[in-house]
Design a protein. Structure first.
Lengths: 175, 601
């Protein structure tokens, strides 16, 4: 009986996650902003997310993510998460990759070397230009995966929140 | 008489085994034989010109494919094959295979060398795992592997003769450039300016691989092999601590200035020429000063490494206008005077003509009319800013500090031209230049240095100049006056090295994969053939058993493969407009193939 129930739960979970994927095409589920703190937005499940206002203006984290992505990640993953000849398009990857796995991959890196591919991603855990801006980059790519932000530099964005500057200073260390 | 004979044979013996100058003489002789192609750049002058003239403007339209060869590697294929005697040497990007192909048997494989390299080097290569080819001298093939191992292979067997480590990938140092042999030394550079490396050129002994000298691009005079009194810039001694004075604190240690381009050599003047790369970081606010000697043309003595003269092309770089593009040595009449000149098409969009003996600046003009970051290069010898670009502050990403988006700067960081080498035809007196026609927005911000990690600090968007859709031109340039003679527009950047021939034909490849032949006098297209993949390799020609062949590596990738493969964008435009700039992926796909062309019959 107990075993049977466990399977049902498992099936329900699978259906549920399939549904999520169909509906949201987002590895972390519904990306709608449910909460805001110090200029950073979170979804219902507590994952960082983007906020695009009706006039197209994006939150600061999304904008900062655009800057940091297109400086540190672009050389392999292509402009605006579009992929390149040797690394996947992250605007597609985040349709199935969730926040936790995103953080783990960036921090630890990933190796996929075979006869036909040589995908090697280094660990960015110690690179402050990435590690200090993980949420920013995640939020930006999440917006790209959901089609909420287009190619190129977002035209308008919220101002830099004081809390963000404080966090940047403490994470990046003395100039 | 007997004694004389003995002496002569002793010399002959020494010449073949010990006397190091023999390799230089051999190479100088071989590069004059148009049947062979023994250096990546064709000859020491970097002309990429061939005296062969079986293929002419009249018959080039009939070219057909003789045979093809797959390298088995998918990444970007830069550089090209060497032809030494009956053997062709073909290289590939990481994992850097080298093949010796038998020209007597349609490219049958005589031997293959493939090094075992730690794949963790791959992500430390800024712009794809490219390699710009092997060098030949003294019965050996030299390869600068991705992991910075410089290896000498027996040209007959492919067996390793010696190998030496030229850098450390854990610090972001990688190998992409082609080595060059001058006299008894193998010269090799290092890549990694986006990773905060300290650039240098190193000379190794041809026979043993023992390091002969190392010349850094930045730091104390003794490290850079410069003489404060004897080394000059624009005719004046550079003075003591010329590099240290132009950096804040110890920043020169992680300042970039790598040396990944093409080197040339003038045997009469006994000088080698090359350019140094951009700076780390790309955020100019974080590194005040001229940042010498990044973005600099160096003229050095190949025996000692000592610099005779320098010229900093772009002081205090704010655009990633990396200075490594090739130096082409040509003797030209400038203003009624015969000059030994050096011609350089810089990333910054200016075509420079200098006196290669003294480093005097003769001509500096824009070779793409779109260039706007500087109005001109100051040519007034009495001016305080003599030889420097007159920068438009509006397009200078350091002028209003960081966190500002500087828009509409031309050219983009790719430069009006990147590493793809130009060709010089002594017959027409013109330079044939593959160019990029791309502009950018540049937004610098604060970064922190971690060894072996990208050290960039700016975000760029790239797009064609306002109101245009083409992103490249193939041009003919008169370096005596600094004027464009003709210009053929291309849909994408032309990222392939050009070849001009005595048949009056100029060849180049396109990112869509076309090998094109145009008339050297007019630029009129005479032939085009679509190879299996986009071309970022350099075109080569040779003659075998009385027949002229043209060969090129296709295999899209490199920086072009990053920036263009996904389609360029204009930041202010929405998704709809992006389709206007058709993506390269609609035209071509990955894969390394050598295609060899010939005339029918």
């Amino acid at each position: 009986m107990l075993k049977h129930k466990a399977i049902s739960v498992g099936v329900a979970f699978l259906v549920c996650s399939l549904l999520y994927r169909n509906v949201w095409a987002d590895g972390s589920g519904d990306p709608a902003a449910a909460k805001e703190a110090n200029g950073e937005y979170y979804d219902k499940a507590g994952n960082p997310t983007y906020k695009v206002k009706p006039d197209g203006s994006v939150d600061w984290y999304t904008f900062s993510g655009y800057l940091r992505y297109n400086s540190n990640c672009i050389v392999c993953h292509g402009p605006d998460g579009s992929g390149s000849t040797y690394a996947p398009a992250l605007k597609n990857s985040l349709k199935t990759l969730d926040y936790g796995h995103f953080l783990a991959t960036v921090a630890q890196g990933r190796v996929n070397v075979s006869a036909s591919t040589d995908y090697v991603m280094p660990s960015f855990g110690k690179n402050k230009n990435v590690a200090c801006f993980m949420d920013d980059i995640y939020v930006y790519l999440r917006a790209r995966a959901n089609g909420a932000v287009g190619r190129g530099r977002p035209a308008k964005h919220d101002p830099k929140p004081p809390a963000w500057t404080k966090a940047e200073d403490s994470c990046m260390g003395p100039e | 008489m007997q004694k004389l004979f003995l002496t002569a044979s002793l010399f002959a013996l020494l010449g073949s085994t010990v006397v190091p100058a023999s390799a230089n003489e051999e190479l100088q002789k071989l590069q004059k034989d148009p049947n062979q192609w023994v250096m990546q750049t064709g000859d020491y002058s970097n002309h990429r010109f061939s005296k062969l003239k079986q293929i002419t403007t009249d018959n080039v339209g009939k070219l057909e494919v003789a045979w093809t060869f797959s390298t088995g590697v998918l990444r970007g294929h830069e550089g090209g094959p060497l032809i030494v005697g009956d053997v062709m040497y073909v290289h590939g990007p990481f994992p850097n295979p080298v093949f010796a192909l038998d020209l007597n048997h349609q490219g049958k494989i005589l031997w293959k060398y493939e090094p075992k390299q730690d794949p963790s080097v791959i992500p430390v290569m800024c712009c794809d795992t490219v390699n710009r080819g092997v060098a030949y001298a003294d019965g050996k093939i030299f390869l600068n592997q991705a992991d910075t191992t410089l290896v000498a292979l027996d040209a007959k067997t492919g067996k390793v003769v010696w190998s030496v480590k030229n850098g450390d990938p854990n610090k972001g140092e990688t190998g992409t450039s082609a080595p060059v042999v001058v006299k008894d030394k193998v010269l090799v550079g290092v890549s990694g300016a986006e990773f905060g490396v300290r650039g240098r050129l190193t000379a190794y002994d041809l026979e043993t691989g023992k390091r002969a000298w190392i010349a850094y691009s930045t730091g104390p005079d003794s490290d850079m092999l410069v003489d404060p009194e004897k080394t000059t810039e624009l005719g004046k001694p550079i003075g003591a601590d010329s590099s240290l004075r132009t950096w804040e604190g110890d920043q020169w240690k992680i300042g970039g200035g790598s040396t990944w381009g093409w080197y040339s050599y003038d045997p009469q003047l006994n000088l080698i020429y090359y350019g140094t790369a951009n700076l780390s970081t790309w955020n100019p606010v974080q590194r005040p000063g001229d940042n010498k000697w990044s973005m600099t043309i160096f003229a050095r003595n190949p025996d000692t490494g000592m610099a005779k003269w320098v010229y900093q092309i772009t002081p205090h770089d704010q655009w990633d206008y990396d200075g490594i593009n090739e130096m082409i040595l040509a003797d030209q009449n400038i203003g009624g005077k015969d000059r030994k000149t050096l011609v350089h098409f810089d990333r910054n969009g200016f075509g420079y003509t200098l006196d290669r003996d003294t480093g005097e600046l003769l001509v500096a003009q824009k070779y793409d009319p779109a260039v706007n970051w500087a109005s001109k290069i100051d040519m007034d010898k009495d001016s305080k800013t003599y030889g420097r670009p007159l920068v438009d502050e509006k397009y200078a990403p350091g002028s209003k500090g960081e966190d500002v988006n500087y828009t509409g700067i031309c050219p983009a960081a790719l430069g009006s031209k990147d590493e793809q080498p130009a060709s010089y035809s002594p017959e027409t007196g013109l330079f044939y230049v593959p160019t990029n026609h791309v502009c950018m927005d540049y937004e610098p911000f604060r970064v922190s240095y971690t060894a072996g990690q990208p050290y960039v600090g700016a975000t760029l968007s790239m797009f064609p100049p306002k109101g245009e859709t083409d992103m490249g031109n193939f041009i003919a340039w008169d370096a005596k006056t600094g004027k464009i003679v003709w210009s053929d527009p291309e849909r994408f950047s032309v990222w392939s090295g050009a070849l001009s021939t005595a048949g009056g034909v100029v060849f180049y490849g396109t990112l869509e994969g076309y090998l094109k032949a145009v008339d050297a006098k007019t630029g009129k297209e005479l032939y085009s053939f679509k190879t299996p993949s986009g071309i970022i390799g350099n075109v080569t020609t040779f003659e075998h058993k009385g027949k002229q062949y043209v060969a090129v590596l296709s295999g899209v990738g490199g920086w072009a493969g990053i920036g263009l493969a996904a389609g360029l964008t204009k930041p202010t435009e929405g998704l709809g407009a992006v389709g206007g700039y058709a993506a390269l992926s609609n035209y071509t796909s990955l894969g390394g193939t050598l295609t060899v062309f010939m005339l029918p019959g």
